[in-house]
Design a protein. Structure first.
Length: 345
């Protein structure tokens, strides 16, 4: 009798193991011979494109079935065309991953025009690099510290591209929270145009991601021709330990909430990766794990170093939680962000 019970237990364990391994085998069969497509919402050669092509070169070895990969650039409307395409057009089969700027999620919260997606329904894969923020002004402008900026008798001209972009949002939020005298000069086509304008004296400087600033304006920083006058980060950046942090200078919860929703969260999810709504959950989990494993892969990290790109990942789970949090902002914060975007504050 005991022998019969023992034999029954072995049979049960055998079939249980088959059930546990079946999904993995099924997914390996699914990805084998397939092509995983990355849709980049920006032109070739930019930061989004460089990160994506590096990830695409390594991620397949972390996916069961070892699919091939391809990168497709779909620039336009600041990444909005790609975001809408991944949401509305791409098949939810686990074979298309889109990447676009995280501020588009905030745009949805603020009812900005052109949004044809619901960010809460994307299946989020993760973020390769959580960005930091800073404002850099030229020595020629005479603004070499936060104190000098704050005491300027006239508004300081800060260059920007368009409403919704960090170059536009950051100075306006600093004006609102810290009372900085600011005149945002928009309309530049990109960072390169802003830098030319700053070096010619047309504007005093700009505010955007520190990871980009220290590369694109490296010579000017080293020569002392420009100064980092303020940073806007959850914690002081190790490379900016002597630079005041706007987060610690905010005087009330309303100000801190505005900094969080308008600057900190968008910076953390600047380079986000998403799957279409309805993608099977098991494939979502496979790609989330593969994404993080890729960002820890020694061969990927070696290539990232050569490309001069930094890695500070956020998991798909954490990205999903952060996005959800943006849809539960205090009404006053949403109202203020809308007013800043529309130029009425």
């Amino acid at each position: 009798m005991v022998k019969g019970i023992y034999s029954y237990g072995l049979v049960t364990a055998f079939f249980a193991s088959l059930l546990l391994t079946a999904p993995a085998v099924a997914q390996q069969d699914f990805y084998k011979g397939k092509t995983l497509r990355f849709v980049v919402g920006y032109s070739p050669g930019g930061g989004f494109d460089i990160y994506t092509r590096a990830i695409a070169r390594h991620i397949n070895k972390h996916i069961p079935g070892n699919p091939t990969t391809m990168v497709q650039n779909q620039p336009g409307a600041g990444g909005l065309i790609a975001a809408n395409t991944v949401y509305k057009v791409a098949k939810p089969d686990g074979l298309t991953i889109g990447t676009f700027i995280g501020s588009l999620v905030v745009d949805q919260v603020l009812d900005a025009p052109g949004i044809e997606f619901d960010a809460r329904k994307f299946e989020w894969v993760g973020v390769p690099m959580q960005e930091s923020n800073a404002c850099v002004l030229t020595k020629a402008s005479g603004i070499t510290s936060l104190e000098k900026w704050k005491s300027s008798p006239t508004p300081v001209k800060i260059g920007a591209t368009a409403p919704g972009d960090p170059t536009y949002n950051i100075p306006l939020i600093l004006k609102q929270v810290l009372g900085m005298p600011v005149q945002v000069v928009g309309g530049y086509k990109g960072i390169a145009g802003i830098l030319v304008a700053a070096e010619s004296g047309e504007i005093a400087g700009a505010c955007w991601q520190w990871e980009s600033i220290k590369t694109t304006w490296r010579k000017a920083l080293d020569a002392g021709e420009v100064s980092v006058v303020v940073q806007i980060n959850r914690q002081s950046h190790p490379e900016l330990s002597n630079v005041p942090n706007a987060v610690s200078l905010a005087k009330d919860d309303a100000g801190r909430s505005l900094l969080q929703a308008g600057i900190l969260d968008p910076a953390a999810i600047t380079r986000l990766y998403a799957l279409p709504p309805g993608t099977p959950k098991d494939r979502v989990q496979i790609l989330r794990k593969a994404f993080l494993d890729t960002l820890k892969d020694p061969e990927f990290l070696e290539e990232a170093k050569k490309l001069n790109i930094e890695v500070k990942p956020m998991s798909g789970d954490d990205l999903e939680k952060l996005v959800a949090g943006l849809f539960s902002l205090p009404p006053d914060t949403v109202k203020t962000l809308k007013a800043l975007r529309q130029g009425t504050r």
